[in-house]
Design a protein around this ligand. Structure first.
Ligand code: 6MZ
Length: 352
């Protein structure tokens, strides 16, 4: 009984902790509840829950995770679906205490439903504005994603689309994400697109070294340099990376977006205690706890902070500092950072 009360108390601390989410793929973030609504809209697809999420204690290969995204994509293929999914995801992050969210998604066109990439982005923006008009206490921005498997030409088109939206949305579209199956394609082919993005003022968050054997690619992409790194699982020497890669990350002070459950369930990290959070956090390098795909990996940001704390023995004050330091890593301008810092100050407990 006593244990139960203590656990609940801890849950409340993490839930009430104001949080910043910087690495969330829209279609990986779809909750059980929203999947149910999508399945009922499309019963002919014969999709069951087990095909869209990896439950507690389950693990998959990264390849199998990418199969899961394909199933979710089948369920989300109209403007109505995207609007529902995006508004639900934003409301869920807000309910979990997330005060600032950078959502990312790969614009898709679907011949069957007439969806175009432009309408895709417009619909996500509409969802963000709708949530804002509901008065939710969350500031949401959008990063347009490049799926690396689609090659150089599509990457360049995506950059142009992102550029257009960056100019027309008054700061809602802030940058680009490079993601997709890390075993497919090579980053060197995408360099011209990424360089153009950087030159026109789009911020870059790149998945780097999510799997081993990407050293050469990581080295090349770090020369850009990106503004943030997704995962960076195999950058450091202990896991087959190199000191020179670490040195580049440190010299450019590039924050890492770290997703514990995603990496453990996707089996790129053997267990929580061996997560590379430890390496970067101990060095004092900016490290931001994120969810990656809260729907697919059945988690939320409160749970990820709690897992980091219990695995690495972080005090509540250290957890608070971790969430506060994430503010410095956001892509929105300094004025937004200042507003968020004020919010954290107002919410800070008197004692931990
Ligand atoms: C690399 C990932 C990913 O874009 O349709 N994505 N890319 N590594 C990961 N680690 C598990 N998790 C998600 O959301 C789904 C897409 O996000 C990328 C993949 O390209 C996936 O198809 P959107 O909203």
């Amino acid at each position: 009984m006593f244990k139960l009360v203590m656990d609940n108390e801890a849950d409340v601390f993490y839930r009430e902790l104001p949080k910043v989410e910087l690495h969330a793929h829209l279609n990986g973030s779809v909750s059980f509840h929203t999947i149910e609504k999508l399945i009922s809209r499309k019963p002919h697809l014969n999709i069951e829950h087990g095909m869209t999420a990896i439950g507690k204690g389950q693990r998959r290969t990264l390849d199998e995770c990418f199969q899961v995204f394909k199933v979710v994509h089948q369920l989300v293929d109209t403007e109505e679906d995207i609007l529902m999914v995006a508004t639900d995801v934003i409301r869920e992050f807000a309910a979990d205490g997330v005060k600032y969210l950078e959502l990312r998604s790969t614009p898709r066109e679907e011949n069957k439903t007439g969806l175009t990439k432009k309408r895709y982005v417009e619909t996500v923006i509409k969802a963000i504005k709708q949530c804002k008009s509901e008065g939710l206490d969350i500031d949401v921005r959008f990063l347009v994603a490049i799926d690396r498997r689609n090659g150089a030409e599509v990457a360049m088109e995506t950059v142009k689309l992102a550029e257009e939206f960056m100019l027309s949305t008054d700061g809602l579209v802030l940058g680009l994400d490079l993601s997709g199956d890390p075993t497919v394609g090579h980053g060197k082919d995408l360099l011209p697109a990424l360089q153009r993005a950087k030159d026109c003022g789009l911020k870059l968050s790149l998945h780097l070294s999510e799997v081993p054997s990407q050293l050469e690619e990581s080295d090349l992409l770090l020369n850009l340099p990106p503004d943030r790194i997704g995962h960076g699982t195999f950058l450091h020497p202990e896991v087959g990376g190199s000191q020179s890669l670490v040195d580049k990350v440190v010299a450019n002070n590039i924050p890492l977006e770290l997703c514990l459950t995603s990496n453990v369930k996707g089996q790129t990290v053997p267990c929580y205690s061996e997560h590379h959070f430890k390496f970067w956090y101990q060095m004092g390098h900016p490290s931001v706890i994120c969810t990656d795909d809260k729907g697919v990996f059945s988690t939320d940001l409160s749970q990820e902070y709690q897992l980091a704390a219990s695995t690495f023995g972080l005090s509540r004050e250290a957890v608070w500092n971790l969430s506060q330091q994430a503010i410095d890593c956001i892509f929105a301008p300094d004025t937004v950072k200042q507003q968020l810092k004020q919010k954290w100050l107002a919410l800070k407990p008197q004692v931990f």
